[in-house]
Design a protein around this ligand. Structure first.
Ligand code: F6P
Length: 545
């Protein structure tokens, strides 16, 4: 079965949403809170250890009803079925999209062209477990007989961002191994990492789905050459492993078959941390924690697959995002985690979201006549409160934001946690309620300011409020809850792609730059350059001279 090809703007629901938008666009959320004492409960989903409050949004119950009508008109339920059952919904690449199979339970059957893929998924999962335990327990040794102390993940994009984010986010659960990530083709990046390494005790994990990526192959080659300054060729097999779909290319690089962890073309790079691409996660936090991460994602998969749209977290978050993107015409969304552990979370989401839904051709091959994609950005609170929150509170742009918080701190410092949580909760309250001119005047009067000063100053101190936020409140940051959180965003991406009638699982937009970089690299060695525009030519000349 294929996804439907329905232009959402031609649906009845879209027209109704437009009319509804015109009716409510200027209403302040405060009014709805005053009128409906049950609003917060009505727009909150309690699921497992998640408490998702989306009541501070510019919506009424009718908004959500109309979105459910839209979902029905674009056949979202059928699309979800296609997604989970291995249909080739990545049609432009003729591939299924089955990262959900990577975390499915062993008893499940997921058929791809008639074959159940779960046994081979588990075969690789067992290999990851075995390998992890051998390295972590010191059974697998380096070429001079010493146990490993450091792991280096060499990869870029989906072969870097997911593992790097998870390892950083779950550092509380880490073992004794130090994990490094090399991604940029910038030689200074790899050189800085190499400075910290001892070749005798370092394990290198080269991760590249295609094994043709310039950055990864350059970094891997540089690292191998550096390694061979201390060790001989035979040592390579005990220090280098690879994760890839391209077994021949990995072998050509000099890595033995038994050191290759396979992955599959039905896993997109940006959704691959659940596969052997997550080997550095398993090595860093141990295989039990890695398995918990997968279990969390599996639980979110089940929630998403089986829950009605009214109580379905990823579906609701997707509806809200489409609401702001296509009706309020917002330009971006912020994701603000209230934990320093999720420092890299938004960076990771940028690839997942923007590489997936940054498309302008619909599933009929036509240029879309509506906005798709969302620009996502953000940094942990409270740091970001002291950086860009001014613009969110009082700027001219409407920026819906996801606030992600964890009720328990991992180190248990109550004083800090109380302050962190107070800020977490206060910000969404402030963004929603704002501060009226009257309150500003009252406050200034209480401060004994002159009437003239109060008049002059008060406009600058007013907060209009009515700024939408979702609060994703989770009991505690654990491998399992992180797995749920990541899967939640993966499914939100899927739902948005279905509604926007685009293909979310290809990424042709990254190809042109790669191709031209190849041409320019060739031109660096030649006296007569290929034809470039005048600006590009000048830049090449400046570099060469
Ligand atoms: O440049 C984009 C991209 O193709 C991503 O989608 C992917 O995650 C990344 O490059 C790395 O690709 P590979 O794993 O094949 O090296």
């Amino acid at each position: 079965m294929a996804l439907s090809n329905i232009n959402p703007t031609t649906t009845q629901a879209w027209k109704k949403l437009h009319e509804h938008f015109n009716e409510i666009k200027d209403v302040h959320m405060k009014k709805w809170f005053d009128e409906a004492p049950n609003r917060a409960d009505r727009f909150t989903i309690k699921w497992d250890d998640f408490f998702v409050d989306y009541s501070k949004n510019r919506i009424t119950p009718e908004t959500m009803t109309l979105f459910r009508e839209l979902a029905n008109e674009v056949n979202l339920s059928e699309a979800i079925q296609c997604y989970f059952s291995g249909d080739k919904i990545n049609q432009t690449e003729n591939r299924a999209v089955l990262h959900t199979a990577l975390r499915a339970s062993e008893s499940k059957e997921v058929l791809l062209e008639g074959n159940n893929i779960i046994p081979e998924v588990y075969e690789v999962r067992k290999r990851i477990k075995r390998f992890t335990n051998e390295v972590v327990n010191g059974e697998k040794l380096g070429y001079t007989g010493k146990p490993f102390t450091d792991i280096v993940n060499i990869g870029i994009g989906g072969s870097d961002l997911g593992p790097a984010m998870v390892v950083d986010s779950l550092q509380f659960y880490k073992n004794h191994l130090t994990t490094h990530f090399v991604s940029n083709v910038d030689g200074d990046h790899v050189s800085e990492i190499i400075k910290k390494l001892n070749p005798e005790t370092t394990l290198f994990v080269i991760v590249s789905k295609t094994f043709t990526t310039q950055e990864t192959l350059s970094n891997a080659t540089t690292i191998r050459n550096w390694f061979l300054k201390s060790a001989n060729e035979t040592a390579v097999s005990s220090h280098f492993v690879a994760v890839s779909t391209n077994i021949n290319k990995v072998k050509e690089f000099g890595i033995d078959l038994e050191n290759i962890f396979p992955m599959w073309d039905w896993v997109g790079g940006r959704f691959s941390l659940w596969s052997a691409v997550g080997l550095s996660i398993s090595l860093s936090i141990g295989n039990d924690h890695f398995e918990s991460l997968l279990l969390g994602a599996q639980k979110m998969d089940e929630h998403f697959r089986t829950e009605t749209f009214e109580f379905n977290i990823p579906v609701i978050l997707a509806f809200l995002s489409v609401w702001y993107n296509n009706f309020f015409e917002v330009e971006s969304e912020a994701v603000i985690p209230y934990t320093q552990y999720l420092n890299q979370f938004t960076t990771y989401l940028q690839q997942a979201i923007m590489e997936s839904n940054g498309k302008s051709i619909d599933r009929n091959g036509n240029v879309v006549n509506y906005q798709t994609g969302t620009i996502v950005w953000g940094e942990p609170g409270t740091n970001s409160q002291h950086a860009f929150f001014q613009l969110i509170h009082q700027g001219t742009k409407l920026i819906p934001a996801d606030f992600i918080g964890f009720a328990k701190s991992l180190h248990g410092n109550k004083d800090h946690q109380d302050k962190l949580m107070a800020n977490f909760i206060a910000q969404t309250e402030a963004l929603m309620n704002g501060k009226t001119k009257q309150v500003v005047i009252d406050e200034l009067e209480a401060g004994n300011h002159s009437k003239e000063k109060i008049e002059k100053l008060s406009p600058f101190k007013v907060f209009e409020g009515n700024k939408p936020t979702n609060t994703i409140f989770i009991k505690k940051l654990t491998p399992e809850s992180l797995g749920k959180l990541i899967a939640m965003y993966e499914h939100k991406i899927f739902v948005q792609g279905v509604i926007w009638n685009i293909y979310s699982y290809d990424q042709f937009g990254v190809e042109l730059g790669k191709q031209l970089a190849g041409n320019i690299l060739n031109d660096f060695d030649k006296n007569h350059l290929a034809k470039h525009d005048a600006s590009t030519q000048n830049l090449i000349d400046f570099y060469k001279n």
